[in-house]
Write a protein that binds this ligand. Sequence first.
Ligand code: CP3
Length: 346
Amino acid sequence: MSKIFVDACFGKETPYTPVWMMRQAGRYLPEYMRVRAEAGNFLKLCHNPKKACEVTLQPVDIVGVDAAILFSDILVVPNEMGMDLEFIKGSGPKFHNPIKTEADIDRLIGAQEAASKLTYVYETIELIKKELDARGGETALIGFTGAPWTLATYMIEGEGTKTYNICKKMMYSNPALLHKILAKVTEVVKIYMQKQIEAGIDVVQIFDSWAAAIEPGKYDEFSWKYMVEIADFLKEKYPHIPIIMFPKGIPAFLDKVYGNFEVFGVDWSTPMSLAKEKLGDKYVLQGNMEPCRLYSKEATTECVEIIQETMQGERHIFNLGHGILPDVPVENAIHFIKECQRVSKK
Ligand code: CP3
């Protein structure tokens, strides 16, 4: 049976424009907070297939989204490559042994072994698929990875950063070393995504959350080409699995976007009309309401109507232009989903 979300990814006619939200399983849901507390902490939740499955399904059952996204984190990949990961309450992720030298890179665990250690992710996918099938099988499951560049920023800096000065020092003073990290991560991600597909995901999304940290003239060299390499690898084996690329905050690169994938995720700082003009012929566009509009139902409806007017007759998937924030009222998230489905109904 074909799923409305997968059809929309391939640009096929659908009864309405499907919608999901980045970070849709998370802290704005009291039900999520309960399951996270039961698991012990965030990373333990990622490692627990039964509970990770439960929180993946919460936005499907409570909010009414058209696609589920696997509950996990992009950073489990470097974690299983041998990097010591901790999520610190209030400040976010931290690697206690950031990469500094070539020897540090050589010590990282390689593709087959690292991807094989992520069994808890594949088990979670299998459980989610069973649950979605029991609900009628109409909701697609999105699997995901971080882009090599975004993963490398955490591996090199050790934590989130405002300046990216450590990785940029490497970019300009020792680019070969940065490329060595990016190439190694790319190999792991290829096998990881292949295994996610084999476990049952319907769609792949590649998050390049820190794309905007790279100057436009260097973006292809240090990030995009690795994302395209992953997409090419997967497309050759699994042409029926659509791929969504989400490079956040790179309007200056829109003219240069290339590659074999189906959907381009538009972040909230890029006008949908600009993305349509530059990429609407080549790719289905996903996005892009500014997530903070969710604080007001009126501001939400206004934006959904504007996006719908812009994308009327075009190939489109509704989403936020980045992740939902923890203090958004659940009823406002439900309102967003219903409004997207209402305004686009054919
Ligand atoms: O619902 C979903 O979207 C699926 C689950 C998901 C999470 N992280 C759960 C999560 C996904 C797809 C991600 C991807 C991710 N993780 C990205 C790319 C997407 C983006 O937001 O740009 C990035 C950069 C990360 C790294 C990461 N993980 C950070 C910076 C943080 C801390 C920030 C914060 O919001 O606290 C996390 C933690 C994280 N990942 C949480 C969740 C639900 C919050 C953890 C908690 O429960 O306290």
